[in-house]
Design a protein around this ligand. Structure first.
Ligand code: FES
Ligand SMILES: [Fe+2]
Length: 426
């Protein structure tokens, strides 16, 4: 349970909020690189941490992320003409370059100096790992580019999608580190989903008796969830929480690894990014097709949008017969939309003052504490955690060990990033 005050503290991410200041210290996944495929392509609206922005790629291929609205009389530059190294407002022709500087103001005489004084807010961008990243924090604190395994693998070894979730980022992030819900909410898919069924993990994860061992790490949390395996052994699933909004799901056998980034668009919406990647093998075309159709932890989207086909306006296409039969535990198809349906059902911003938390919620409690602590440290002028390359190059894992074996030792070894070596999984 949290006080209303602490709930506000953790869930408000707009400019000049403590959490907003913290989150602005990290590179933010802003767009898929495929959203800006070529020079002078159509600009894209982007909402991040409550700020309305427009992204474009100029004639020279440079990326711009600037205030969505024209400095003249506020027209959305999403309607702008992306031409000759700038975005031109269609209303009266004011034009901006990738830094937000006005480079043409046709109605004013050059001598007035007016044009030079007009500059829109802009944020630096970088392209890495199939993602266009933005940095919205103080320039003097800009960290090195992210170093996640999925971002540094060859493009053939990863698939990245994103879906719009109509809730605050925190309840989505909490779902990403909540290892105990798999035995319930996703239990149907453990029998049917092509990326889960027929793995040792899919069978063992159905045990609903889960205990946790959580290790505080410099960049986040290593969340160990234990279930009984056969013959006096323990089945451990290691979820990673990497600050501020990344989670890595424990893998199933040799299937690709999966991770998420839960990025606030504003306080009532977030973008759920899904990164599927394999350390040693390309992702087959046929698998990509299945992901686009909602298999694994991806969602089927309304074409041309990032809104899932099954969404809150159609009750996530719930099928009560399949809920009864157990094919889909809550009647909703697919792991991603199951998560979205339950998390959105809480309300756009979960009221954490009325919760009744239990032992299986410990990772969530610890993550909230880490976020609050980091936000306070940033307010106090200190550097937030999770920015070191070593914090980011960790893996999730799953393994079976004797009940009395040393969990910590095994876990810390299993999650090590080893270039060119497959992940540890059952
Ligand atoms: S509103 Fe953009 S040029 Fe006038
Ligand atoms: Fe889930």
């Amino acid at each position: 349970m949290l006080s209303q005050e602490m709930n506000e503290f953790l869930t408000r991410t707009g400019p000049r909020t403590p959490m907003g200041d913290l989150l602005r210290r990290y590179w933010i996944p802003a767009l898929l690189d495929s959203e800006l495929p070529e020079p002078d392509c159509a600009p894209v609206r982007v909402k991040l941490l409550g700020e309305k922005l427009v992204a474009f790629r100029d004639t020279d291929g440079r990326l711009g992320l600037i205030d969505e609205f024209c400095a003249h009389r506020g027209v959305s530059l999403w309607f702008g003409r992306n031409e000759e190294c700038g975005l031109r407002c269609p209303y009266h022709g004011w034009k901006y370059d990738v830094t937000g500087q006005c480079v043409d103001l046709p109605s004013e005489a050059a001598e007035s100096g007016m044009r030079e004084r007009i500059k829109l807010k802009s944020y630096p961008c970088a392209e890495l790992g199939g993602v266009i990243w933005a940095y919205m924090g103080p320039p003097e604190h800009k960290p090195p580019l992210p170093n996640f395994e999925w971002a540094t693998l060859p493009p053939s070894h990863r698939v990245i999608t994103k879906r719009w979730q109509e809730s605050n980022y925190l309840q989505a992030l909490e779902g990403g580190m909540d290892s105990s819900h798999v035995s319930f909410l996703h239990s149907g898919e453990m029998n049917t989903d092509p990326f889960h069924r027929n793995t040792g993990g899919a069978r063992l994860v159905k045990s609903t008796k889960t205990t946790f061992d959580i290790l505080d790490q410099p960049g986040g949390l290593l969340i160990g969830a234990r279930r009984d395996a056969d013959a006096g052994k323990s089945y451990w699933r290691i979820t990673q929480y990497i600050m501020p909004w990344y989670t890595l799901i424990p893998p199933y056998a040799n299937n690709a690894l999966n991770g998420h980034a839960w990025v606030p668009m504003d306080d009532e919406n977030c973008m759920a990014w899904t990164m599927t990647f394999h350390p040693t093998a390309p992702i087959p075309e046929k698998d990509i097709e299945l992901f686009m159709n909602g298999a694994g932890v991806h969602a089927e989207l309304i074409p041309g949008t990032f809104r899932p086909k099954a969404n809150k306006d159609n009750d996530y296409l719930i099928d009560r017969a399949k809920q009864k039969s157990g094919e889909h535990y809550n009647g909703v198809r697919g792991l991603a939309i199951q998560d979205a349906s339950v998390q959105e059902s809480i309300g756009v911003i979960a009221d954490r003052s009325t919760e009744n938390l239990v032992a299986t919620d410990n990772a969530i409690i610890m993550a909230r504490q880490r976020l609050a602590q980091a936000a306070k440290e940033v307010q106090g002028g200190r550097k937030p955690p999770g920015l070191e390359p070593a914090d980011q190059t960790v893996r999730s894992a799953s393994f079976i060990i004797p009940k009395d074996a040393n969990f910590k030792e095994r876990a810390l070894d299993a999650v090590k990033y080893r270039k060119g070596v497959p992940h540890v999984a059952v």
